[in-house]
Design a protein. Sequence first.
Length: 54
Amino acid sequence: MSTPPIIVAVALVLASVVLYPIATWLMLCIICVPLCFALTHFVFRRIPGLKDIL
């Protein structure tokens, strides 16, 4: 649910980084996976309506 906007935002930030595509992808994975879990746990589960869905 919250993953696509986070990945798109981080990808846009990393768009200016000039590296091989696989290196950019690895950086994106290393940043996005913990960020998605952390945001879901600390932010989205605190919203009353979403707690039942998640």
